[in-house]
Design a binder for this molecule. Sequence first.
Ligand SMILES: [Zn+2]
Length: 197
Amino acid sequence: MCHAFLTDTNFYQLLTRIDESIAEEVSERGCDCGGVLHSARYPRKPRGIRSALDSNYESRLSFCCSQDGCRRRSTPASVRFLGRKVYLGVIVVLITALQHGLTEPRRRQLIEELEVAPQTLWRWRRWWRERFVQSRCWKALAGHLIPPIGADSLPASLLERLQAETLVERLVELLVLISPVTTSSSSLRESLDPQKL
Ligand SMILES: [Zn+2]
């Protein structure tokens, strides 16, 4: 594998810790109704890389209001799970970003190693071009990018713009920046329905 961090347990543990701290804030805030939030995780079975993932990757952090008559869900933003995609966000970002960077044989090798089907790849590209660019998250982000970056070369264009030195640091930064699109509380819930990804 040409990107060593993809098989590094520490890398995935770091992402778990970021998700946990985002979830902690959500939990402390409580439900809009004033109710206390209880843990109600969603089961997950991420594909592509299993050996480096611990049991934390078998579920996505989520909460349910404990108040009778409310029971509302609060699902914190995640740097690990991009909606209900069966691949982790880092894989989706990396493979779609590499179109602009890696040589074709190396990119193909990575796609093969991660067992990503061509239709899946096509859907991911379309998601960046059509759904992500419509999100409130992207619109807010794009306003801060001077000079503006090309939405048609996302996520590579965003990855290149970030300041961190290593690719892995920039990936983590990017996952944090786009994590608002992974929450269910977004008013764009419909257009970003993870089921369609
Ligand atoms: Zn509530």
